[in-house]
Write a protein that binds this ligand. Structure first.
Ligand SMILES: Nc1nc2c(ncn2[C@@H]2O[C@H](COP(=O)(O)OP(=O)(O)OP(=O)(O)O)[C@@H](O)[C@H]2O)c(=O)[nH]1
Ligand SMILES: [Mg+2]
Length: 217
């Protein structure tokens, strides 16, 4: 659910990157942080172990645009992929407006993808959300590596039929399709916001501009 502040003229949407441990969630945020100028984003805040495993979340605020005096921001979070951090995931997912599921394309991570999708659905369900209604995008990450699963196998494993769900082949470390993912998801979130019944005033203000979303340039 977006946070709309009419006093500070601010609309904030929450985007959460989910998926298996070591799949590339933090790498997405690192790349976005490295490519946006300081006027377009805040500091990247990460809480990780010494081996760079996320234990609570990563957080990166991104300024998308200003419309009629309202600043639109996307708050990007990652959740830890490790099963033991379920509580962290639930806290971060509270109030989510859109999800990026970062699947790891490596053959040996096949079961990890399945488990992670199960956990995301469970974590969202506990909060009263569902991937059936939330805007979300699938990333097939690590497409630069040899020995990767065909996209169709990942789709099948995750229970996804051929359909309208947006999917991107990604290399999070080089940045391939990282902004493509965020740009599309932010458009989906803005369209949904426009169609929703709440926050009429901000909705009207954002209406004409909801095709302008997040890109690196
Ligand atoms: N070759 C390759 N390596 C990647 C890619 N994306 C991430 N990595 C590497 O995979 C490892 C894990 O990436 P992270 O971004 O830390 O993964 P994470 O999903 O945040 O992991 P957790 O915080 O443990 O849940 C790092 O060594 C990254 O450099 C990719 O597209 N290609
Ligand atoms: Mg991480």
């Amino acid at each position: 659910m977006p946070v709309v502040n009419h006093t500070s003229r601010d609309v904030q949407f929450k985007v959460v990157y989910c998926g298996p441990g070591m799949g590339g969630k933090t790498s997405n945020l690192l790349y976005i942080h490295s490519r946006l100028g300081a006027d377009r984003r805040g500091d990247l805040c990460s809480l990780a172990t010494r081996t760079d495993r996320t234990v609570f979340f990563d957080f990166l605020p991104v300024n998308a645009m200003e419309i009629n005096g309202y600043r639109v921001r996307f708050q990007l979070y990652t959740v830890p992929g490790q099963a033991c951090f379920s509580e962290s995931r639930s806290m971060v997912l509270k109030g989510v407006d859109g999800v990026v599921f970062v699947a790891d394309s490596r053959i040996e991570r096949r079961q990890a993808n399945i488990d992670a999708m199960g956990m995301v659905r469970e974590d969202l369900g506990r909060l009263g959300y569902s991937l059936d209604t939330l805007p979300w995008v699938l990333q097939y990450n690590k497409r630069d590596l040899p020995q990767i699963l065909p996209r169709e196998v990942i789709d099948h494993d995750l229970g996804l039929s051929a359909g309208a769900l947006p999917r991107f082949e990604v290399c999070a470390t080089s940045g391939f399709n990282v902004f493509g993912t965020l740009d599309l998801l932010s458009r989906m979130i803005l369209h949904r916001f426009h169609d929703s019944k709440s926050e009429n005033r901000a909705r009207t203000l954002l209406r004409k501009e909801c095709d302008v979303a997040v890109s690196a340039h």
